[in-house]
Ligand binder design. Structure first.
Ligand code: FES
Length: 112
């Protein structure tokens, strides 16, 4: 997979997150991008507990407080800066992150 524009910064305004699904070469790649404490971060949308997508609805990845990432399936809670699960059935495991860069108004990743 080559360098991809994942979203615009303004896509993060409503919920602080943007779900991204890329279809390439017969595969489906699910990610999400967040803005948290002024940083832009990206994770694969796959919970370490049961490898399900974290969200049940579009672009909803944060808990009600906006402080933690939350898996809607069985309630795992993750640190948004590290992806580490701090509470729930996969405590101690982490979401898989990937490097991003921001170029003007767009978020770009080289996802291999
Ligand atoms: S699939 Fe995420 S907590 Fe179970």
């Amino acid at each position: 997979m080559a360098e991809e524009v994942l979203c615009r910064l303004s896509d993060l305004d409503a919920t602080g997150a943007k779900e991204i699904v890329l279809a390439r070469d017969g595969g489906r790649y699910a990610f999400f991008v967040i803005r948290y404490e002024g940083r832009i971060l990206g994770f694969e949308n796959s919970c370490p507990h049961a490898r399900l997508p974290l969200n049940w609805t579009d672009d909803r990845f944060f808990d009600i407080s906006g402080t933690y990432l939350f898996c809607a399936n069985h309630g795992a809670v993750f640190d948004p800066l590290t992806g580490l699960c701090t509470r729930g059935p996969c405590k101690g495991q982490s979401l898989k992150s990937f490097p991003l860069r921001v170029d003007g108004e767009v978020v770009i990743a080289d996802i291999a």
